[in-house]
Design a protein around this ligand. Sequence first.
Ligand SMILES: [Zn+2]
Length: 286
Amino acid sequence: MLFSTTEVFKATVRQYTIKQQRPVKLVKNDNRRVRAKCMGVVGDDMKCPWEVYAAKVMGESTYQVRTYRSKHKSGKTYTNRNVTSTVIGKRYMDDLRVNPRMPITAFKERVRKELKVDVSRTQLYKAKRKAGKLIYGTDVEQYGRLWDYCEELRRSNPGSTVVMDAPMDDQTGQPKFNRLYIFLAAVKSGFLGGCRKIVGVDGCHLKGEYCGQLLTAVGVDPNNAMYPMAWCVVQNENKDTWSWFITLLKMDLNITEANEHEWTFINDRQKVFPIQNLHLLMYTLA
Ligand SMILES: [Zn+2]
């Protein structure tokens, strides 16, 4: 078997031994060869014969497995040093993104069941911290690509309204994200073509590195189901940001003073909601 780098080879060996429930150790590890041996307990000073050895192919950049003794004499174990907090953090990153408050006891149970290994609570706290860094790291990267994202939306869905507000920051001399509004063309024509003129608007907090708030507008489709329309990411929910959102929304839905009596807006009666700024018939829910 061939591997592109020693890193890929080592990662594969690690995954394999976790599945096998046996700890391994790299007894040789340089940029030309890697040898991994089983550290599992056999008893009476006997050593487990399992080992794998890969070396660089002459004149190529790939690594090839040269020796592989696949039989273990050691027993399976729930103690495996190869399952580090980094390994656990990476493995459970997606779960922790959805459920960042996963209790340590439940986390421990899952790791025991799925990775077949007992880990300490300290290790799990570390794993959570590392997963958090990975998740927030991708947040930072993704905010950095927002211009590209907006461009791609406009290209792939012409007629969409994509408005980003990122004024120049005096301190850094670079644009700094303030707010973003998105209403996709396909969603727009679907709403105007087949939905009643009822719009529900609400806001919620965003999690992650930058927090901020998400403002959304939702309609009702002909099956009486929810029809998500426009959304907007802002730093705070206040009169200014709501006005910005509603102004853009009115433009997208062609709401004018002449036809606004046909429209119904529903909101949860937040104090910050700029009702007085809206020349619209408002129904508010208690
Ligand atoms: Zn073994």
